[in-house]
Design a protein around this ligand. Sequence first.
Ligand code: PMP
Length: 317
Amino acid sequence: MPQVAVEGFAWMDGQVMPLAEARVSLATHALHYGTGCFEGIRAYYNQSEDELYVLKMAEHYQRMAHSCRILRINPGLTPEEMGQATLDLLRQANLKTDLYIRPLAYKAGLGLGLGLTGVADAFAIYCVPLGHYHTAERPLRCCISSWIRPDDNALPVRAKVTGAYINSCLASDDAKINGFDEAILLTADGHVSEGASCNLFMVKRGRLVTPPVTDAILEGITRNTVIELARDLGYAVEERKIDRTELYTADELFLTGTAVEIRAVGEVDHRPIGDGAEGPITRHIRETYEAAARGRDARYRSWVTPVFASMPAAANS
Ligand code: PMP
């Protein structure tokens, strides 16, 4: 992912400001203990309509509310209010390009004590321009990581907890140093879980198969979207445990995530998937998803929230 942080804007304490001005104390609890939870949301610019569309905003803030509940964080805003704050931020930022939106609810107390109860909470959002997460044009080269996903009773990866991303950073860093684009992690009992920053689907004999939500995955919004889309397009989808070597013999394999979008996997552990090119079912789902995400598919208009068309009249004048 490009290391962008310059041309961005932030929403903090009800105010919109340049990202560089949104600061926290060095003593912040979340900075030391990883006690925050976050979301990654995309807004796509539709040039022909001169409109910015936020994809699946309600679903992201619903997941954030669940993450907050697990971490005992009171962000002080309802999911609807977080959505409103996001629209305020995007309107004032007025960036007409594809954006990544990063809300963060965190333990903002300045004390040294461990624990969650009684520690002050805060909520903020920032947005930055973002093109493709994986910049390579070709299908991705993946490896099975020697790092495993943590068990739910050790570190709940169902919640999008900041501290849990140490696991993804270790896996992703190793994969890149070894020449791969993305790491695929297994569960403690050796089943396929997910990518370092994305969920995974394989295609076998025309059916889609993806690991169940109980196999240490983040319950991806894009994963749910792909399941809905694939069924609409007439493909059967199965959620079941996947063995490592099933990946090697898959007809097609693809990754899904808000940042990653839908990306074909061309090889795993140096073994080609199919003929190594993007498969027809992956392409069908990806192209339908990309049009819908930009507000270009009338069937899926409910997935996107227009930023400027829904602007209150007073703000328009
Ligand atoms: N798994 C992990 C570990 C992730 O970081 C992400 C990205 N948020 C996903 C899966 C995909 O989730 P989503 O589709 O909601 O972006």
